[in-house]
Write a protein that binds this ligand. Sequence first.
Ligand SMILES: Cc1ncc(COP(=O)(O)O)c(C=O)c1O
Length: 381
Amino acid sequence: MRTVPFYRHGLDESYAEAVADVLRSPFLTSGAVAKAVEAQLCAFFDAPHAALVNSWTNGGAALLLALGIGPGDEVVVPAMTFIATANIVELVGAKPVFVDVDPATLMMSPAAVAAAISDATRAVIPVHLYGQMCDIAALRRALAPRSDIAIIEDCAHSFESTYDGAPPGTHSDAAVFSFYATKNVTCGEGGAVVTRRRDLFDAVLQTRLHGMSAGAADRFANNRYRHWDMTRLGTKANLPDLLAALLPPQIATIRDRLPARAAIARRYERAFAGSAIRLVKSIAGAQHAHHLFPIHVPPRLRDEVLSALNEQGIGCTVNYRSVPTLTYYREKYGYDADDFPVAYEWGEGTISLPLFPSMTTEEQAHVIDAVRELVAPAVGA
Ligand SMILES: Cc1ncc(COP(=O)(O)O)c(C=O)c1O
């Protein structure tokens, strides 16, 4: 049976040398390698500050702690996203306020966010879903005059994306990235917080490390121990050099892999045009990172199609079921599927197909044929 994985990473043996260099050094955790990657990220995003973290989730929690967000505060999040976007709000004791998404782009519109704002709102977390960016400048305008509301971009899918030519982090308080195993840039587990705000950066350096006033490398600089203090509560979110060592070549070449991702997305789009399969609308002016390729089939067919594809050796997954309808959020806040109908309907019908730069045209043809053969007869097409 021909199999097609959902994702195939591009890290080969050549990366072993960078890890071996760290192993030969006395310092395995966050040190010179991580600092160099942070400088590389600043250059890539044209931003003054970047802090590596050990996951989007821990970086996001460190960021909320740095913003002083906690019990009694509200943070606006989309209903269609990965659970982590809302979970970090719960983790710091604040309340996630879910907003339904636009049916064409599956992202929150600035008007919908503005309608969800209350006196308790301290932040908004727009998600650049599947790899295309929403308009952060428009969101900022829609929130005016509430300049006290922080905009935190969820960039787990959008490392190489731009909107009107501007990268993530340009119009927000901070952009948070994920380097999880399947992401376009990966070190297995990891992430980064990029910000233009010096005050926020200084605070994140502490909240990503227990709230300590100095990191390990600085505490032992020049082989002399220096006392440290703890002035605020933090978590443990720093990225070790062992993992950071995998990032530099990927960041340097990420844009070279975008044409391959875009070509695969275009072939899927052409293959499913005019069928019962619905696709996400592309936003004019947004450079898509093509992180995921979700399709939407009639919800009554979804689980059957998904299992049949898996049985045929095709790796597929679901990104995502509507977050407020998952048991934890439903039980805690009493949400109903009707409360967020767009996210619910999309979440009941969506399937993510394999998309990775080294996917061959034969592999993709196999996926396309399998999807067509499963969906077309079932909808009488
Ligand atoms: C949209 C989104 N946000 C946040 C995350 C969490 O990232 P991490 O696994 O690095 O914590 C993910 C990971 O899949 C994601 O897809």
